[in-house]
Design a protein. Structure first.
Length: 267
């Protein structure tokens, strides 16, 4: 429920937002506005319905793009026996890893003006080094098993070894990392939007709402509190959901330990 409410608002909210009504006085309560008005007199509830989809879609796209690049790099680096190839793949990522993610986004944003797609690419770029190192570390352990050596001697293809065996072996590790990484990406996307990177200053975006309406926090708090709580609920709920799913998947099935009584005829 923690993650379902903000996710439902983000995905289906624009379908129920309706047409924009006339603007009222800034930072007022009542007057037919459930959550009051924002800094330019727009209905806060309508902005809430419209503002979640950009955050969620950008975060999901950035996470998927990051793994799309990091997964093959990590697998190749773990499975190759050529040291120069591993160095060529991992050392540039180590240099990129030394730059803080938000600083990297802000530096690129000073040269280019990214939109929503550009912000997703920047966040994905910032997450590739860390994700690739984790994939390589997890895959290296699986690649050192005797089963992989046996597959090499049998002449199995790289795809069969890398994806069929090693990829399946590290699936739970990647799933755990995906839950944590998606939470971090959501925070990074929201922070970048809060600083005005990738979105317009008056865009219908939960993070932008927090930034633009904070001047009226003590006059009309719902314009700040509600989008902030939705972002926190989405990130926290997503992390808890992944943890619960992994705990359920890793828990052994309980069986009745009592020995069965066998009845038979004595001969």
């Amino acid at each position: 429920m923690i993650v379902a409410v903000p996710l439902a608002l983000a995905l289906f909210g624009p379908l129920f937002a309706g047409a924009p009504g006339p603007r009222a006085t800034s930072f007022t309560l009542g007057g037919g506005h459930w959550l009051g008005t924002d800094f330019v007199g727009r209905d806060v509830w309508r902005q809430i319905l419209l503002g979640g989809r950009p955050v969620v879609l950008t975060a999901l796209a950035a996470t998927a793009l990051g793994y799309l690049v990091a997964l093959p790099i990590g697998l190749i680096a773990a499975l190759t026996h050529r040291g120069w190839l591993e160095e060529l793949l991992m050392r540039p990522l180590d240099i990129l890893l030394a730059v803080p993610s938000l600083l990297l986004i802000l530096l690129v944003a000073t040269v280019f003006t990214p939109g929503a797609a550009g912000l997703a690419l920047l966040v994905a770029l910032a997450n590739i080094p860390d994700a690739a190192r984790l994939v390589r570390a997890a895959a290296a352990e699986a690649a050192s098993r005797p089963a992989v050596e046996a597959m090499r001697m049998q002449g199995e293809t790289w795809w069969r070894m890398g994806v069929g065996y090693v990829g399946r072996s590290i699936l739970r590790t990647l799933a755990a990392d995906a839950g944590i990484r998606l939470t971090g990406v959501l925070y990074l996307v929201a922070t970048a939007a809060f600083l005005g990177v990738g979105v317009a200053p008056d865009a219908a975006d939960w993070a932008v709402m927090v930034d633009r309406n904070r001047t009226g926090l003590f006059v009309q708090p719902w314009a700040v509190v509600v989008p902030a709580l939705l972002i926190v609920a989405l990130t926290t709920g997503g992390n808890l959901l992944f943890d619960a799913a992994l705990d359920r998947a890793g828990r052994p099935e309980t069986k009745d330990a009592r020995p069965e009584k066998k009845m038979g005829k004595r001969t």
